[in-house]
Write a protein that binds this ligand. Structure first.
Ligand SMILES: Nc1ncnc2c1ncn2[C@@H]1O[C@H](COP(=O)(O)OP(=O)(O)OP(=O)(O)O)[C@@H](O)[C@H]1O
Ligand SMILES: [Mg+2]
Length: 352
């Protein structure tokens, strides 16, 4: 391996699109050296899409970091007495029954004490100096990890790590070194909400002081919008999908059809933001959107209005250099908002 560059492919096996981003360390700088995506057609398989991705993209790494999400995963924020990392590893075993809906033998789990520098004693968030801390507990069913690893191996690749999609979004944010939320004067500490709208689900991850203080998945996404268009216009799935993406044809009909879906999504997002402000004593200043689902007409505006927060789409590649000899930059830029999870997974290249 001597002389080889360190490269890792972040592989987002999404429910409707497989996306891969390769990052290579050039000195201390991660550079985008590969990109490909393939949609999974109705009736198609993830494996076929993955094959297409690695057929088209000129990736040099075989090391792949992929992610898990959905019902096989659990993330909890647990209040515990302050203790060392070693003590925590022992103590957490006695807490899992309370927090995991799975048998402990069926899952792989990890935990980490949060820094929680954000909580002043006056914020109601407790942790400063009162002898307690918040522990982030993440778990995934072994079965699901094995399934993902098999998909990767069948393509002749090496599963280097498997992360939670939820945290990949936050890692992408950190990788880009985008400006951290500043502490608002006197009031509650500032936070941002990273919202990724996929095909079958959306995720929200609230960061305060650069650390996750709340995350959650919501089972609503772009596929629900397509289905709403199918019902309203009486068309087949592929046609509804095309109508949704052709911004100007049927604009009013599309807007009317997807409105109930957006209403439900936005109301869940607003509930989440209310919850985190109440329980964590932070102020969510801004919503940052990603995922293919936000490309449907009016989605960012709708979310902005419903959550009453300044809302914008962010580009996880904004601060990254791209090797133009290996990557189709136009294609990359066009799909940038949907590549957040892939970029976050690939950010592991830094830790090797
Ligand atoms: N131009 C467009 N207009 C509207 N919607 C779009 C457009 N392009 C893609 N989409 C939608 O984006 C969704 C795919 O986004 P993304 O790649 O983020 O999902 P995914 O990661 O496969 O899904 P999930 O995260 O739920 O597993 C699909 O529902 C698709 O219809
Ligand atoms: Mg996704």
């Amino acid at each position: 391996m001597i002389g080889r560059k360190k490269s890792v492919v972040g592989l987002d096996l999404g429910s409707s699109v497989v996306k891969a981003i390769e990052l290579t360390m050039e000195g201390s700088e991660p550079v985008v050296t590969g990109f490909a995506r393939a949609e999974i057609p109705p009736g198609g398989s993830v494996q076929e899409a993955l094959q297409q991705v690695f057929g088209e993209g000129r990736f040099r790494a075989k090391r792949v970091v992929t992610g898990v999400s959905g019902q096989s995963t659990v993330v909890r924020y647990i209040p515990m007495m302050r203790m060392s990392d070693e003590e925590l590893l022992q103590a957490i075993k006695f807490e899992t029954d309370k927090y995991l809906p799975f048998d402990i033998h069926d899952v792989v789990m990890d935990c980490q004490a949060l820094r929680k520098t954000i909580h002043g004693a006056s914020q109601g968030g407790s942790n400063a100096g009162d002898g307690t801390m918040t522990v982030l507990l993440a778990a995934c069913r072994k079965e699901e990890l094995e399934r993902k690893a098999q998909i990767v191996k069948r393509q002749g690749l090496m599963p280097f790590a498997i992360d939670l999609d939820l945290f990949a979004v936050a890692n992408a944010w950190e990788l880009c070194g985008l400006p951290m939320e500043s502490h608002s004067d006197g009031g509650a500490p500032s936070a941002i909400a990273l919202v990724d709208v996929g095909a079958t689900r959306s995720s929200v991850n609230v960061l305060a002081g650069g650390e996750s203080c709340f995350s959650r998945e919501i089972n609503i996404g772009g596929a629900d919008m397509t289905q709403a268009i199918m019902r309203r216009l009486g068309v087949e799935g592929f046609e509804a999908e095309a109508i949704k993406r052709a911004a100007d044809s049927h604009a009013t009909e599309v807007a009317l059809a997807i409105q109930p879906v957006l209403e439900e999504l936005a109301s869940e997002l607003a509930l989440s933001i209310d919850y985190v402000e109440h329980h964590e004593g932070v102020q969510v200043e801004e919503t940052l959107l990603s995922g293919g689902g936000i490309l449907a007409p009016g989605v960012p505006q709708y979310i902005e209005q419903a959550t009453a927060r300044p809302t914008r789409t962010w580009n996880p590649l904004e601060a990254l250099r791209v090797d133009v000899n290996r990557v189709d930059v136009e294609e990359l830029e066009a799909w940038a908002p949907s590549l957040v999870v892939a970029v976050g997974l690939a950010s592991r290249v830094q830790s090797r």
